[in-house]
Design a protein around this ligand. Structure first.
Ligand code: C2E
Ligand code: MG
Ligand code: MG
Ligand code: MG
Length: 282
């Protein structure tokens, strides 16, 4: 009997492994096809400056055009297979073209933020690709923000710092994404050359509890003392917004204000969220 159970266990284990492997292959094939057929699109989610109520930046978030597959599933596969390099170049090009489109229509003061995987950061062609794309579209590099995570430090800390400094030298703003997940050693903040930190949704959620308010307030103060701006992401609730505002948080992003948008961005471009906030205060 025990023998039988043991055998079944292995069988079950094998099936799960096969399934995971097959899933990955399936996603890899979807991505290869999407690259060939240009089946990607970017959604844009507004990031609001708390002191003015205005949109400061739009974060570009990648989607497949015809398939409902979350980037938290397909981005890791793209990273593993190096497909992230060509997908990432498409994202960069698209975002800079969008900045150009806005400029041509007279909209010229909002930044676009893109997410950059560690593999992209270490790509030796990244810097010249960025320079060329800015030049082709006549866009000032300071209109672009790049969001990285602390994972860029794992492979080669010194090299990552050098590359980030070079990007900053071009005028690009660097944000440390998903802060509060992973190790998020506070020590990182003293040497990683970033301009902003983005507090992860999991941190902001905890913010509703009183004791954690003090922790996040202190985190914001610490960031400010290091000359870093603070963005809170995943804000869905007016109470969270009020607490973050009181704590001195600089920017806010979340469904409370807007989901990631598909086109029609001109309608919202100059919207001021103060009215929205005034109408929603309890
Ligand atoms: P992220 O960069 O931390 O982006 C924030 C994620 O939170 C987005 O998920 C966004 O849609 C979601 N979000 C924003 N506000 C709220 C809210 O109020 N509530 C909730 N529940 N969620 C909210 P999304 O678009 O599914 O992207 C997931 C992750 O995939 C991103 O996390 C980023 O790490 C990665 N990703 C997305 N696009 C790209 C890309 O072009 N390149 C790379 N390398 N990674 C990307
Ligand atoms: Mg991000
Ligand atoms: Mg994030
Ligand atoms: Mg995230």
């Amino acid at each position: 009997n025990a023998k039988k159970t043991g055998k079944n266990k292995y069988l079950f284990f094998d099936q799960r492994m096969t399934l995971a492997f097959e899933e990955k292959i399936k996603i890899e094939n979807i991505l290869r096809k999407a690259i060939k057929e240009k089946n990607f699109k970017l959604l844009y989610q507004p990031i609001i400056e708390i002191s003015t109520g205005e949109i400061a930046c739009f974060e570009a978030l990648l989607r497949l055009k015809n398939i409902n597959l979350s980037p938290s599933l397909f981005i890791p596969v793209a990273e593993e297979t190096d497909l992230i390099l060509s997908i990432g170049r498409w994202v960069i090009k698209q975002a800079i073209k969008q900045l150009k489109k806005w400029e041509d229509k007279g909209y010229k003061n909002k930044h676009i933020a893109i997410n950059l995987s560690p593999k992209q950061l270490y790509d030796t062609k990244l810097f010249s690709f960025l320079q060329d794309t800015f030049k082709e579209n006549d866009i000032d590099p300071s209109m672009l923000e790049i969001e990285i995570t602390e994972n860029v430090l794992i492979e080669n800390r010194e090299e990552a710092i050098k590359i980030l400094q070079k990007l900053k030298g071009l005028g690009i703003t660097i944000a440390l994404d998903d802060f509060g997940t992973g190790y998020s050693s506070l020590n990182y903040l003293t040497f990683i050359p970033v301009d902003k930190i983005k507090l992860d949704k999991s941190l902001s959620d905890k913010f509703l509890e009183l004791r954690n308010t003090q922790v996040i307030d202190s985190l914001i103060s610490l960031a400010h003392s290091l000359n870093l701006k603070v963005v809170a992401e995943g804000i869905e609730d007016m109470k969270q917004y009020e607490k973050l505002k009181r704590g001195g948080c600089d920017y806010i992003q979340g469904y409370l204000f807007s989901k990631p948008l598909n086109g029609e961005l001109e309608k919202i471009y100059n919207k001021n969220f103060f009215d929205f906030i005034a109408n929603n205060i309890s």
